[in-house]
Design a protein around this ligand. Structure first.
Ligand SMILES: *[C@@H]1O[C@H](CO)[C@@H](O)[C@H](O)[C@H]1NC(C)=O
Ligand SMILES: *[C@@H]1O[C@H](CO)[C@@H](O)[C@H](O)[C@H]1NC(C)=O
Length: 274
């Protein structure tokens, strides 16, 4: 016969599993959208105005490796637009119903279509391309649709020059208007003077001057808009300025980070209260 200790022990184990299951259920309900065989590797894409961008959309493969599909049709639409962005059917592009907005600016990656990859190349991005796109695939291997949010911005890496004890950063194209912040190697904010000039298309060019600076000390220049951040490291060397810039993009996911935090906190609270 089981002792009281054993009963308590096993009850605890069962309770722990029960709570784990409830938490997993809550998380699953929170994060799962409608199920579909179609996915995108970047559901919130930021494009640089005037340049090309790839909107990702692909069929999840039932098995690993080079599965090939037949009868693939692909339709790209944009929310609020009656014409299509792109259509592919019966092994060829079908652009009869394409909206004039997109004429001559779209293509698929033809060599990967039969592997269920319906990614769209949108060329020479304009600010009117901003919006929500949907990609639908149907094929012998399944189908579904996914939506991709495209936002447009302008961003370019700054170039650095140095004269005497001044370090100058110049960046040609930014939109929306960013803020510019300089830091020394210890992360202390430095006082610089920055001027913004807006061209006829509304795009800002930036000249930011930092003074005084010393040779061989690394300086960091952050240019940050609501969508893009460029972090540049610049060091004045004997012969010029050595520089390196990395871009990061704001990922506006469907679940904002603050919501995520509150969901996590409530799960923890439920856990502790019981
Ligand atoms: C789809 O094709 C594009 C263009 O060749 C490629 O960059 C991307 O990685 C592919 N995506 C998948 C999931 O294979
Ligand atoms: C920052 O620079 C401006 C001029 O560029 C100057 O007027 C101001 O006093 C400086 N502030 C500090 C804290 O050095």
């Amino acid at each position: 016969m089981a002792s009281l200790g054993q009963i308590i022990f096993w009850s605890m184990i069962v309770l722990i599993f029960l709570f784990a299951a409830i938490i997993i259920l809550i998380l699953a309900l929170t994060f799962s959208g409608p199920s579909s065989d179609v996915e995108s590797s970047n559901r919130s894409t930021i494009a640089n105005l005037g340049q090309d961008v790839r909107l990702s959309c692909f069929l999840l493969l039932p098995n690993e490796g080079g599965a090939q599909f037949s009868d693939v049709s692909i339709t790209w639409k944009k929310e609020g637009l009656s014409g299509l962005v792109y259509q592919y059917r019966d092994g060829a592009a079908n652009l009869r119903d394409q909206d004039p907005e997109f004429r001559g600016r779209t293509q698929l990656f033809t060599d990967v279509i039969n592997r269920g990859n319906a990614s769209l190349l949108l060329m020479r991005v304009r600010s009117s391309d901003d919006g929500v796109y949907s990609c639908s695939i149907s094929s012998s291997g399944g189908g579904g649709s996914v939506s991709v949010r495209l936002r447009t911005a302008a961003f370019s890496a700054p170039t650095f020059t140095a004269t005497k004890d001044i370090l100058i950063a110049e960046a040609e194209r930014w939109l929306p208007k960013p803020s510019v912040t300089w830091f020394d190697f210890a992360g202390k904010v430095l006082n610089a003077s920055t001027t913004f000039t807006q061209n006829s298309a509304g795009i800002f060019s930036i000249v930011s001057m930092l003074q005084p600076v010393t040779k061989r000390d690394p300086y960091t220049c952050n240019i940050q808009s609501t969508m893009v951040m460029a972090v540049s490291e610049a060091t004045i060397t004997g012969s010029g300025v050595s520089e390196r810039t990395t871009f990061t993009f704001s990922a506006a996911s469907s679940v904002p980070a603050s919501n995520l935090l509150s969901i996590m906190t409530s799960v923890l609270c439920i856990y502790y209260l019981t």
